[in-house]
Design a protein around this ligand. Structure first.
Ligand code: NAD
Ligand code: UGA
Length: 471
């Protein structure tokens, strides 16, 4: 392995914390900084502030050895050769990314620079942010010889973040400085040279000694755009399949067959063609908006991005109307909401389509009992606290006496429900599935009326089928 690099990661959220432990896992010395004192205390006391597969194990292995946690940014910068910025870049009022956290961090970094540092944008940022960082450092009087700026966007997904980091499809390094590119190459060398994958206890995945991670060096602007364009393209795939799903439903076709047929074309590929409630999360919604804003700022009318967002917004209304159609009226109806997180295997509820649907149902007068394996605590902080919004400890309790069960998040657990038990506990056997977790025939065989996305609805004959459901 190459010589370890001393690394400072600023931000200990989904990206910063994962990057910090993964850098330690490949042999580097890492100081992870956060200005959230409670979070740093939790980390130092052995806690794990986010739900992420394999994170507890890696933290256990490297805490106080390869990685330490602090609130002292200045000292961490001073002690490090490479400084990764991994703070949030939320959506601002105009759709543009709010870069105030990045700017605040850069101003603080400026004070800690006394010798050469590579400053790395890990946060998702608009094109030319590298240039703004350079200007802020100049304004603070930092000698241009003492730093280079690199864009090294992160492509991990929540839920599989550690695996994505250790077995990436690609590592993008955006800089025109050979010296800085060299530092980044050294950092990632255990993955790009493949030596990590031969280590005892190495995490298994798609990369190996023979097929190591690939690293692409580009300009900083290109790297910044690669990140935004990749997220926008993935969002496009989802909106496209959702639009096709709505057509499929209108003509009694099956979106699962259609997606399978499309995905078999190697130019299209099977991934990100799952129809559902639309994309959510802390990234796609804000990144598509930010990319659109960036294009506008540079005189490009990227209308396709507007359409992607429009289809995504509509998809939640489409689902709400399915619930309405299955139940006729909603006031006073008891609904079990399975899922609060924006997707399965995470506790993240930011921009969760599940929450948006629940809010609409509550507004329409329904009584909702929700269950999510990991997202309940966070959801309770943002959903209205009222007698009509309840929480259950497991999915069967949520479904007890329900007029209908709604599947809102694709947790594995919701795809393996004991259907006999479910049918026993509900008031009416109606499932409206926003994630297509079941085969319609299986649900019919278990006595359920089953409405899903982009597939013909299956109704139990004895329950009848109101005409409104046909339209
Ligand atoms: P997050 O909100 O989970 O974490 C950000 C952390 O930064 C917080 O713990 C916060 O306290 C800390 N922070 C803010 N200001 C600080 C300061 N001045 N000093 C020290 N710490 C500070 O965010 P995240 O989900 O990890 O995302 C971070 C960035 O990475 C965003 O730009 C996001 O778009 C991008 N990204 C996220 C993902 C993802 O899956 N979440 C994937 C790829 C890229
Ligand atoms: C996404 C990207 O996949 C990552 O590559 C990227 O690094 C990250 O955003 C980011 O920049 O933050 P993430 O938001 O964790 O990762 O989750 P995804 O698995 O991409 O799912 C995003 C949303 O799309 C979820 O709501 C999910 O349910 C939905 N989705 C995904 C679909 O509706 N259909 C699909 O086929 C795939």
């Amino acid at each position: 392995m190459s010589k370890p690099v001393s690394i400072c990661v600023i931000g200990s959220g989904y990206v910063g914390l994962v990057a910090a432990v993964c850098f330690a896992e490949i042999g580097h010395r890492v100081i992870c900084v956060d200005n959230d004192e409670a979070r740093v205390k939790t980390l130092n006391e052995g806690g794990v502030p986010i739900f992420e597969d394999q994170l507890p194990e890696l933290l256990e292995r490297h805490r106080d050895k390869g990685v330490e946690f602090t609130t002292n940014l200045g000292q961490a910068v001073e002690a490090s050769e490479a400084i990764f910025i991994a703070v949030g870049t939320p959506q601002g009022d105009t759709g543009a990314a709010d870069l105030s956290y990045v700017e605040a961090v850069v101003s603080e970094i400026a004070r800690g620079i006394s010798d050469y540092k590579v400053i790395v944008e890990k946060s998702t940022v608009p094109v030319y942010t590298n240039e703004w960082i350079r200007r802020v450092l100049h304004r603070h009087g930092v000698d241009p010889k003492d730093f280079d700026i690199v864009s090294n966007p992160e492509f991990l997904r929540e839920g599989t973040a550690i695996k994505d980091f250790m077995h990436p499809d690609r590592i993008v390094v955006g800089t025109t400085s050979e010296r800085a590119a060299g530092v980044l190459q050294r950092i990632y060398e255990p993955l790009t040279g493949g030596s990590y994958y031969e280590q005892p206890g190495a995490m298994k995945g798609a990369c190996s000694k023979e097929n190591p991670a690939k690293l692409l060096v580009t300009s900083a602007q290109s790297a910044e755009i690669i990140k935004h364009a990749s997220n926008a393209f993935l969002a496009l795939k989802i909106s496209f399949i959702n639009a096709v799903a709505n057509l499929a439903e209108a003509v009694d076709a099956d979106i699962e067959d259609i997606a399978a047929g499309m995905g078999m074309d190697s130019r299209i590929g099977p991934k990100f063609l799952r129809a559902g409630l639309g994309y959510g999360g802390s990234c796609f919604p804000k990144d598509v908006a930010a990319f659109h804003w960036v294009a506008q700022q540079h005189g490009i009318d990227f209308q396709l991005l507007r359409e992607i967002r429009k289809i995504n917004e509509t998809q939640k209304d489409v689902f709400f109307n399915k619930v309405l159609s299955a139940l006729w009226t909603l006031r006073g109806k008891k609904l079990a909401a399975l899922g609060l997180a924006f997707k399965g295997n995470t506790d993240d509820i930011r921009e969760s389509p599940a929450l948006e649907v629940i809010r609409k149902l509550l507004d329409a007068g329904a009584i909702v009992t929700a269950y999510d394996p990991a997202g309940m605590d966070r959801a309770k902080e943002v959903l209205p606290g009222s007698a009509k919004m309840r929480y259950a400890d497991d999915l069967y309790s949520a479904a007890a006496d329900a007029d209908a069960v709604l599947i809102l998040t694709d947790w594995k657990e919701f795809g393996t429900i004991d259907l006999v038990k479910l049918n026993r506990v509900v008031k009416f056997p109606i499932v409206v599935d926003g994630r297509n977790l079941y085969k319609p025939q299986t649900m019919l065989d278990h006595g359920f009326t089953y409405v899903s996305v982009g597939r013909p609805a299956g109704y139990q004959a004895q329950q009848g089928k109101p005409r409104s459901m046909v339209s």
